[in-house]
Every structure is written in structure tokens, then in C-alpha cells.
Design a protein around this ligand. Sequence first.
Ligand SMILES: NC(=O)c1ccc[n+]([C@@H]2O[C@H](COP(=O)([O-])OP(=O)(O)OC[C@H]3O[C@@H](n4cnc5c(N)ncnc54)[C@H](OP(=O)(O)O)[C@@H]3O)[C@@H](O)[C@H]2O)c1
Length: 307
Amino acid sequence: MDVGIIGLGRMGMNMALRLLSGRHRVVAYNRSPEKVRSIARKGAAGAFSAEQLIALLKRPRVIWLMLPAGLPTDAMIDQLVPLLARGDILVDGGNTYYKDDIRRAEALGKAGIGYLDVGVSGGIWGLKNGYCLMIGGPQPIYRKILPLIKTLSPKNGYLYCGPTGSGHFSKMIHNGIEYGMMAAIGEGFALLDASPYSESLDYAAVARLWNHGSVVRSWLMEMAERAFTNDPRLAEISGHIDDSGEGRWTVQQAIETAVPAPVIAAALFQRFASRRDDDFSDRLTAALRKEFGGHAIKPSKKGQNRG
Ligand SMILES: NC(=O)c1ccc[n+]([C@@H]2O[C@H](COP(=O)([O-])OP(=O)(O)OC[C@H]3O[C@@H](n4cnc5c(N)ncnc54)[C@H](OP(=O)(O)O)[C@@H]3O)[C@@H](O)[C@H]2O)c1
């Protein structure tokens, strides 16, 4: 079928390629034109503006957004709405907060524009392996884009989750779980690394071993094996961990619904801690220990710099 893709980043570019290989007609638009030229060389119709993308698509149009969540996606939707017609469908495949979906679907519905929220998982491997898709929105609209969903996903790799927001809600929780799993793997290997056996242990071999018959075998463990194969003691990597929102929203959700989620919350806060060198609260805790117990303190790195 005909589909417009907006956003040719790490995800959108590969998704466009997978759709092309599934014999869909892809019209692609990206803010930076070189990516549009690149996908056009691989068989897509290149668009260099939203207007051009709209003009190149057959009606009713289906447009799949793969942009950073929040303002960039909202701004693109605002740009598209005056150009769209009743019956057209917008699909947001980014990691959008589910409450934004509910707000958007209501506004777009008034203009007769369909809206689906699709949580996408699979990262840069999705081109080859397919993308796991979690779909929310009106079922009749979902059915209209099923040919795209089937091409993008692997066998058994998609689910209609329910009304608007349920796709991104499921993806948010998926990512919360991912936070906890990654943190547990990280802590486990840190314990190995601090042990008397660290010299003799080959961490890539341990990760490989744990993928053969063990309870913790997983794709993340396969990734751990790859990371340790490339850099056996992670000497080339800083411990700074970014986040793009889903962990925060998962913890907010846990608070709103009073569901205990201590593992995910701890993993989120560990990411914040990972970005702070010589943290203020740690310095105060050290100062308090000195005040009440006379415990030794180490001089501040900042103080050393000033010195
Ligand atoms: N990476 C993953 O593993 C993964 C997995 C699932 C879902 N997601 C979600 O999928 C979405 C895309 O992720 P990605 O990894 O493909 O991101 P990315 O590689 O950073 O690409 C972002 C794309 O959005 C465009 N863009 C950025 N800001 C824009 C703006 N203000 N206006 C218009 N276009 C803009 C960029 O255009 P330029 O080329 O001009 O910079 C680029 O094509 C995000 O919502 C992300 O959270 C990512």
C-alpha cells in the first residue's frame, strides 16, 4: 500500500527500507534532505517538504511519523493538519507519552483524521529482524494499515492493544522493564568485576554461557556478549546513561496508580546518578558523616581544581 514516512533517523530510515522490501510504495520526507536523497536511491519517492509528501500520496493518505516525541512530533502534526483531508490517517511510531496521544486523537478526530499510536521496539536490528509493534487506536483504522504492520513486524510480532494511548502505554511499560533488566545485568557484571575472580573471568564468555540454557538468557544478554567482545573491560565507554522519557513516565504512572515499582524507579534514578560527577547530595552525606561521627572525608575534585 501507499505510505508516507516522516523522519528518516535510525528507526524511520530502516522502517522505510523494510516497507520498500515488502513492496509498499513509500514516500519519504526528512528535515535533512540528504537522507531523502539516500532513500530515493533505494526506491522511495523523495519529498523535500510536508506539502510535497502530501501531494505524492494517494488518498486516503497514511502517514507514519518517526520523530523525537513531544514538541518535534506535535510541530509536525500541526504542519500536516491543514494539508490533510477527512479519512487520512496519522500513525505516530515514536516514543510518545500516551496522554499526548489521547489529546491528539481527540483534536484530529474532530477534523476527521484518524490517529494510531504505535509503540515500536527492535532498535536498529528491526530492519533485519522486524519490529515488535504495539498498536492503539480505533480498530477500523488499525485494520486499514494492517498490511504495513505485517511487513514491519516479525511473525507474531504485533498486537492490537486497545483504544487510543494503549499502544504507547504498552511501549512505555516495556521500556520500564528494559530499564530494570539492563540495570540488573549491569549490577551483576559489576559484582563479577569487583570479585576475586575478575582476572580469570571472560565476561563475553559468561554472557554467552548464560544464553545457553540459563534462566537469564535473553537478547540483552546477547548484546552484553557483543559489548564485551568489542571491549572486554568496557574501557572505552563512559558510564553516563541518557534517558528519553519512558522510564520517567513509567515511574510517574506507578505513583499515579500507587503500584510499587521499586526496581524500575531505582534503575531510573541510577541513570540520573550516572550523569553526576562528585554529586552534591553525596558530598552533603559525607559532610554529615564527618559532623556526627568524625568520619574521614576526601577533598573535593572541584576544590582540587580550584586549588
Ligand atoms: N532508536 C531506538 O532504538 C528507538 C526504538 C523505538 C522507538 N524509538 C523512537 O523513534 C523515534 C525516532 O527515533 P530515532 O532513534 O530514529 O531518532 P534519530 O535517529 O535521532 O532520528 C530522529 C529523526 O527525526 C528528525 N528530527 C529531529 N528533530 C526534528 C524536528 N524538530 N523537526 C523535524 N524532524 C526532526 C531527524 O531529522 P534530521 O535527519 O534532520 O536530524 C531524524 O530524521 C523517537 O521517538 C524514538 O524515541 C527509537
